[in-house]
Design a protein around this ligand. Structure first.
Ligand code: KG4
Ligand code: ZN
Length: 338
């Protein structure tokens, strides 16, 4: 297949979960980044995979169209089409993958299958000052919690991960227990800003290595709420901000203490966070203060590249393009793995 440029124009598509997103990058610089969030799942308190796939089918063409328009480009200008290959919901992934392959066959240009988790970390490459290699990245999303050692743009090694729930999942499940709508992570964050993080004490799990566990926290929040609601049915309403602040404090402390230990053991001072939970205000503040204490250089991707987006898929695809790491027509999406 002919390559039409050393400075590629990449059309990137992200459909791993419940956001339909498209971005256009020229030579690694963002020209357009569009995200259509699917509101339909809110009423169910979580993502319904079948509804997500159907919504992706409806959204994908208008989203790709708006991204190209915003970038001032047409399909003919595109050098390669990147899509999220996994991990994610299989039905959702299939929509983006098949759309990319159909379009690439029509345009006779290559496709690039991008790993969603690597792309979350790759969002750092969009920073004006990106981290220097090797750097450590705490990747915290709705489905994953990992500490990853990044040795070059594309080479990443997981050195720790959750043994049960992800940090975003812990936020969302806690939010559901206190009656907040899905996704509850951002809401807990907002309410926590008005509360006292020391009001209630929740346990921090001790796990081997640089791994995490959040299932014990979930159970302890459940028992805590049951006990207090039995004494006062209005307990949650009266103490909402303090409950949120205490939960947020526990999750962020769990993450930061393991990240700090890993950084010290590996003697790495270039430290970043990525993924949806890196939008959390306390986590961002704690990264800064822990960084100052340890003389780290700290990195947080621009806000719009923290939660799911196609810009991060596009920047990783840019580096894959440069080494001609193209997908074949037979490559299928994979639901799991880095
Ligand atoms: O990376 P992401 O957009 O999607 C996945 O790949 O999972 O992450 C979504 C997760 C959700 O669990 C959401 O509640 C959480 O990120 N999240 C937050 C915040 N913003 C998003 N959690 C805590 N505080 C936030 N400000
Ligand atoms: Zn994600």
């Amino acid at each position: 297949m002919p390559l039409n440029s050393d400075t590629p124009l990449i059309l990137a598509i992200e459909t791993s979960c419940d956001d339909t997103a498209a971005a256009v990058l020229y030579n690694g610089k963002m020209l357009a980044n569009i995200v259509a969030t699917q509101k339909i799942h809110e009423q169910y308190g979580g993502v319904i995979p079948e509804l997500a796939s159907r919504a992706h089918q409806q959204n994908i063409l208008p989203v790709v169209d708006s991204a190209l328009k915003q970038a001032g480009k047409t399909m003919k200008d595109v050098s390669a089409i990147a899509y999220t290959q996994g991990p994610g919901l299989i039905g959702s992934l299939l929509v983006g993958c098949q759309f990319a392959k159909g379009l690439s066959a029509a345009l006779n240009i290559p496709t690039i299958g991008v790993n969603h988790l690597k792309a979350h970390i790759g969002a750092h490459y969009l920073n004006e000052v990106p981290p220097q290699f090797p750097f450590l990245c705490l990747l915290v999303s709705g489905g994953h919690t990992q500490i990853v050692k990044v040795t070059n743009h594309l080479e990443m090694e997981i050195i720790g991960s959750t043994i049960d729930d992800a940090a975003g999942e812990a936020f969302d499940k806690a939010a559901k227990m206190i009656g907040l709508p899905y996704p509850g992570g951002p809401l807990i964050d907002q309410l926590a800003n008005k509360g006292n993080p020391m009001a209630y004490k929740f346990p921090i799990a001790k796990v081997d290595g640089y791994n995490f566990s959040f299932s014990g926290l979930k159970t302890s929040i459940l028992y805590f709420l049951q006990k207090h609601k039995a004494e006062d049915p209005q307990f949650i309403e009266k103490n909402l901000n303090d409950i949120c602040a205490s939960i947020r404090f526990t999750i962020v402390k769990t993450l930061m203490q393991t990240l700090e230990r890993a950084a010290m053991d590996l003697n790495i001072k270039e430290i970043g966070i990525a993924g949806g939970v890196s939008a959390n205000t306390l986590l961002r503040d704690e990264l800064m203060t822990t960084g100052i204490k340890n003389k780290w250089s700290t990195y947080i991707p621009p806000f719009e590249y923290c939660t799911d987006n196609a810009g991060m898929i596009g920047i990783l695809a840019h580096y894959q393009y440069l080494i001609a790491d193209f997908a074949s027509l037979n490559d299928m999406p994979y639901p799991r793995g880095l």
